[in-house]
Design a binder for this molecule. Structure first.
Ligand code: TYM
Length: 319
């Protein structure tokens, strides 16, 4: 059986984009693989985050994973820092890289620009080596992620292959699995940038899974569109409407063609109402389950401990 792994950084509240890019595909396929899902808390420390906030976010994500349908009888759900083999292999991975190749990583260049002059950037710089370790440690071959993580998975393949060529066949090489619809969910207010959980708390363009449903509705109703007045998918010329089409397709399991057909005679206001109704209903269902899981912290911590114990069996052997 092949192994599948994915993770989310606990650096902010989970967005609908995180669900679509990283979690949905994983949940759908969890029984077809030897499955592991984790909270990338060490990656979350690459830039400063308040310790209490990260502790809280870790439990939020654990409960959110459960609410989204992770079955812990099948899948190891754990916190990265509970399995220190990740750091150990990450360190060794860094020895296989050059400064030049890490400084050319798109995410490093983008994030470095947004850092203040005196902020520390070494964690961001070696981020790909830890991410490679996360995957190679388990010989994972399938990694469900959004399009923004593609380069990291390609690098993981490079590092693994390089290591295998030097030291003999040690690691299986992974492939990314990017969702057909919603690979890159865009900000509702500015559809030229991706929806991101690191956005400001009152960002009207980001749908948080834990936002009050009425706030989500307002965000969707205020989404940026265009002046043509016709509903159809055209990512290049109609990024705002296309983004809303992606959202409704994902929550209703519809294809783009089906949506184009169904909504072709809608005006933008009615279409937004339809998107808001469907997205809110979907998120509300997850929220109800989330609050049930979140109310029992002892249970959540037990889940993480059990998941780490399971993950460590593979990780320690591989290391
Ligand atoms: P993170 O925490 O930034 O995002 C978690 C998942 O959400 C996806 N995603 C999106 N998908 C579609 N549209 C968007 N706008 C969008 N924004 C985020 C991401 O692609 C990701 O799948 N480096 C990773 C965490 C990580 C990881 C790993 C993932 C660490 N080690 C090993 C897989 C395997 C990250 O920062 O994800």
């Amino acid at each position: 059986m092949k192994t599948m792994i994915t993770g989310v950084r606990p650096t902010g509240s989970i967005t609908l984009a995180n669900y679509i890019g990283g979690i949905k595909g994983f949940v759908e396929q969890q029984y077809n693989y030897n499955s592991l899902i984790f909270i990338a808390d060490i990656h979350g420390l690459t830039t400063y985050i308040d310790p209490q906030e990260i502790r809280n976010n870790i439990l939020d994500i654990t409960a959110m994973y459960m609410a989204c349908g992770i079955d812990i009888n099948n899948t190891a759900l754990f916190m990265q820092s509970d399995v220190l083999e990740h750091c150990n292999l990450g360190f060794l991975m860094a020895f296989q890289c050059s400064v030049g190749e890490l400084s050319r990583m798109t995410q490093f260049k983008a994030k470095k620009q947004s850092l203040g002059k005196n902020e520390k950037d070494m964690g961001l710089f070696i981020y790909p080596t830890l991410m490679a370790a996360d995957i190679l440690l388990y010989d994972a071959q399938i990694v469900p992620v959004g399009a923004d993580q593609r380069q990291h998975i390609e690098k993981t393949r490079d590092f693994g292959e390089r290591f295998n060529n030097i030291y003999g066949n040690t690691f299986k090489l992974p492939d990314y699995q990017i969702p057909k619809i919603g690979a890159r969910i865009m900000n509702l207010q500015d559809p030229s940038i991706k929806m991101s959980k690191s956005a400001l708390k009152d960002d009207k363009g980001t749908i948080l899974m834990l936002d009050d449903i009425e706030i989500t509705r307002k965000k969707i109703m205020a989404a940026c569109t265009d002046s043509e007045g016709k509903v159809y998918y055209d990512e290049e010329n109609k990024p705002g409407i296309s983004n809303l089409i992606s959202l409704i397709c994902v929550v209703n399991n519809m294809t783009i063609e089906e949506a184009n057909k169904k909504y072709k005679d809608y005006n933008y206001k009615d279409f937004k109402i339809e998107v808001a109704d469907n997205v809110c209903k979907f998120i509300k269902g997850i929220q109800d389950k989330f609050y049930q899981y979140r109310s029992d912290e002892i249970r959540l911590k037990e889940i993480l401990t059990a998941g780490a114990n399971k993950a460590r069996i593979y990780a320690s052997k591989k290391l």
